[in-house]
Design a protein around this ligand. Sequence first.
Ligand SMILES: Cc1cc2nc3c(=O)[nH]c(=O)nc-3n(C[C@H](O)[C@H](O)[C@H](O)COP(=O)(O)OP(=O)(O)OC[C@H]3O[C@@H](n4cnc5c(N)ncnc54)[C@H](O)[C@@H]3O)c2cc1C
Ligand code: FES
Length: 509
Amino acid sequence: MSNAPSASGPDLTQGIGIDDQPPQAMLLGHVGDEPVLLVRRGERFFAVGATCTHYNGPLAEGIAEDDTVRCPWHHACFSLETGEAVRAPALSPLPCWAVEQRDGKVFVRDRKTAAPAKTLRAPAVPQKIVIVGGGAAAFAAAEQLRREGYPGSLVMLSNDDAPPVDRPNLSKDYLAGNAPEDWMPLRPESFYAEQGIELRLNSNVARVDVASREVVLDDGSRVPYERLLLATGAEPVRLALPGMDLPHVHTLRTLRDSRAIIARASASRRAVVLGASFIGLEVAASLRARGLEVHVVAPDKRPMERILGPQLGDFVRALHEEHGVVFHLEDTPASIDERRMHLKSGAALDADLVVAGVGVRPRTALAESAGLALDRGVLVDACLETSVPGIFAAGDIARWPDPHSGESIRVEHWVVAQRQGQTAALNMLGLRRSFDAVPFFWSQHYDVPINYVGHAPAWDEIDIDGDIAARDCAVRYKRGGRVLAVATIYRDVESLRAELLMERAAADH
Ligand SMILES: Cc1cc2nc3c(=O)[nH]c(=O)nc-3n(C[C@H](O)[C@H](O)[C@H](O)COP(=O)(O)OP(=O)(O)OC[C@H]3O[C@@H](n4cnc5c(N)ncnc54)[C@H](O)[C@@H]3O)c2cc1C
Ligand code: FES
């Protein structure tokens, strides 16, 4: 998360020569103190805020496509016409300005008032929607329903004690001490009442009564639904090891977990992180930022190799070693006691704090008890509807028919969960939209962001463009000559273009 870019470039109220702007140009300028992006799409010009409403990404460094602008950092997408955040991870709109063309020049005029609330035009609007979950998919669905003008009852049931938070940040800036806690909620608490969203925290849903169309809470109370969204996410895997239940041994999923790690870190000198994938390594980086000595234990030969391949795996390892992390690879823990972790190799590591980031398991118990079709996740169709009509699933639990790979896939990515929540919202209103977003995730290690578009569980060729060590590369994962996924470091436009190519390839099919 960084501060918003300050106003720079030309004063757009003074007029810009139309012929100086190529037909698809983007120009960063300002109106007063505000950075504004002037975008030309053929004969039309648009003026929108230049700063992404997600983490303040510089939209002038993204791309314009059709009537949208896409953020270079995490691929949010905004309407140029209305400023609406049409694709997560951004949820709030951009400000928009009126534009006038006169005497061969284009002038940015007054700031437009916020777009009026949408009038819902949907075929089968239910009266009661219930969402189980308080995470990425659940929040995005609730927000989208109200954004579309859904007027009925909307209940969100979450067994967490905190309102929806920016979960990816729990292992990054927040854990590192670089983001204050008030950045963490996705919306202030007042938002839910204002939007008529009945958010019930500490509410564990025990089962779904499909016959009566009710969800049943732990205390036996029932909440009726006409449409139901299951967005129960995933839970950290807990290794069956002696000592895993000691108080200094943590996993990380919730704000409460992250707070507990921070509290323990403040009294610790040495941490051992179990697992060398995304969460484990982000935790390692954040604990280094807090000045702890950090050791990482993992069975893999290289960090992240299974997802990013050997070349990026070696890079990630070297990057963490540069920052003082010590790896114990091809080794696993045997037991943990109050002061030490004993490894299968016979080594022993001092540890005041242990964080296990060894993967997650989708929380499918509710879906299973409701009799929904499962296959390593909850099976949904292209509209994210489960095998029981009226019940939808989104996020980490959902396995959907991915039009890009042609396979049924389930992923554990923030942006995918949010976008699925948004699509599920439209489909609960009967709009029948296919979920066709290209999977995307990002991961941050110190000052190095890795962006990944597509889905490549296996490949037969890795194509490297650029120089990984110089932190300037695009790594393509191919099977049978076809690009399945692209990982980039500091090649944001290339990542956006790769996403676009995959979208078009699927649309042409
Ligand atoms: C520390 C961390 C860092 C991450 N960083 C990244 C990243 O950088 N990039 C990325 O793409 N992804 C990242 N992820 C993954 C991403 O956060 C998940 O893919 C995403 O949150 C999934 O969204 P979801 O809505 O499916 O589940 P969640 O966000 O986990 O939400 C599930 C919700 O369901 C609730 N719930 C579960 N069961 C019940 C029940 N029975 N009754 C009531 N409520 C229930 C939970 O309390 C929770 O509120 C990270 C995850 C973690 C933990
Ligand atoms: S900063 Fe724009 S999508 Fe994250």
